[in-house]
Design a protein. Structure first.
Length: 409
């Protein structure tokens, strides 16, 4: 048993047996209700986490304003949290992506929060531009140092970084007591002096113009990279309906692999405008059409048209645990409406990005949708996020993306 030694320089908190079991099981969060005693911990600062009998469990960032009271990122009592420590974390993250992504390293998620021991920090790489998002007070206080170290690690691998753009926005950041922040940081070879917010990336052989300042999240959804490819490999000669198309990525992958025609539906005109630009960029504008509509309302209104393939990639229906029941109904209804337009023998690609929706519940919603339409579904593939979004065992929140391919029979 490792016990806290008096010479350790950090304040500490003691936690409940329940919290101790969670940490020992690999989960990196200490919830507010699991804290028994706080001894000197300051918001945004480091603190040791102690269990029963003053057993040392780990060290993390403390924040009294957050439900996630401590975000633990080390369980090694010998770690010194200096520049060398953080540089190693960045090196591990980069080396992992270089290994698992291969050619896909040009545009990928470089840092994925707790999965890389960097809580609340996300960094996406779009060619030579980095987009960072910070959702943890402790990381926010040292973000420029961390991102500077990341740039140094990449430079050491001869990977150019022209600029780093921060997009730290949203409810999760507000829960940390932080205001929204966006803009270029004084990092990279341009030192943040970039006139154009757009960059052209290539994924699966398809080009996209990505707006790192205005696009959703960090500018482009990288997590579906290989799911798009798996879907496209079924699409040769098919007519395809791509709902919630966003930038058109599923549609373009299908067309590249020989789909006959794709109809894209999205509620956002801005998203459709970007998708149309991407269609022209890839010379695919003659075999694709765009419909501005809320797919949840549009699908049930379609009576006559049927498709060989239907793709459903909606936004998260359950953004909090209390919304799970409504989300189940939403996934059931959207899949039922999509299946109503699918030819028998056709293919359904369906996804959920709600981490509060477990796989088994999502599958049950899809199965109920199939039963309501008189179809049976033959599972082709059960997939998740690309490996640049790694899942830590014991941290179910990492496994937010569920993706399935079915044939309707």
């Amino acid at each position: 048993m490792t016990r806290r030694k008096a010479k350790r320089p950090w304040p500490w908190v003691t936690i409940t047996k329940k919290g101790e079991l969670a940490l020992r099981g690999g989960h990196p969060w200490v919830y507010a209700g699991e804290v028994i005693e706080v001894n000197g911990a300051a918001d945004g600062g480091l603190c040791d986490v102690m269990g029963q009998g003053q057993r040392y469990l780990g060290t993390g960032f403390y924040n009294s304003n957050s439900l996630l009271r401590v975000r633990v990122f080390s369980d090694n009592a010998n770690d010194q949290f200096d520049d060398a420590f953080w540089r190693r974390r960045m090196q591990y993250a980069v080396s992992y992506r270089q290994r698992v992504m291969g050619e896909g390293f040009s545009s990928c998620r470089l840092v994925y929060g707790d999965a890389d021991g960097l809580p609340g920090l996300t960094v996406d790489k779009f060619e030579d531009m980095l987009v960072a998002q910070v959702m943890c007070l402790g990381i926010d206080l040292i973000k420029e140092k961390l991102l500077s170290l990341l740039c140094e690690v990449l430079a050491g691998q001869d990977v150019p970084v022209r600029a780093v753009y921060e997009r730290s926005e949203g409810a999760l950041r507000h829960k940390e007591g932080l205001a929204d922040v966006s803009g270029f940081l004084p990092l990279g070879t341009s030192r943040g002096q970039v006139q154009n917010n757009t960059v052209i990336i290539t994924e699966n052989g398809i080009k996209y113009r990505v707006d790192i300042a205005e696009g959703q999240k960090t500018g482009f959804f990288l997590d579906q990279k290989y799911n798009r490819l798996a879907t496209a490999q079924l699409a040769q000669g098919l007519t395809v309906l791509d709902c919630f198309t966003h930038t058109g990525a599923f549609a373009f992958n299908c067309l590249k692999h020989g789909a006959q025609f794709v109809t894209c539906v999205d509620a956002s005109q801005e998203a459709l405008d970007r998708a149309q630009e991407n269609a022209v960029l890839n010379g695919l504008e003659d075999c694709i059409s765009f419909v501005r509509a809320d797919a949840l309302q549009w699908l049930p209104q379609q009576q006559k048209q049927t498709y060989d393939m239907v793709i459903l990639d909606p936004p998260a229906f359950a953004k909090k645990r209390t919304a799970t029941a409504n989300a189940f109904n939403g996934y059931r209804d959207i899949n039922r409406a999509g299946l109503m337009l699918l030819k028998r023998g056709g293919f359904l690609a369906t996804a959920s990005c709600s981490h509060h929706m477990p796989r088994e519940q999502f599958l049950r919603a899809v199965q109920q949708a199939a039963q309501a339409t008189g179809l049976r579904l033959k599972q082709i593939a059960a997939l998740g996020a690309a490996p640049d979004h790694p899942v830590l065992l014991g941290v179910p929140e990492n496994e937010y993306l569920k993706f399935y391919l079915f044939q309707a029979i």
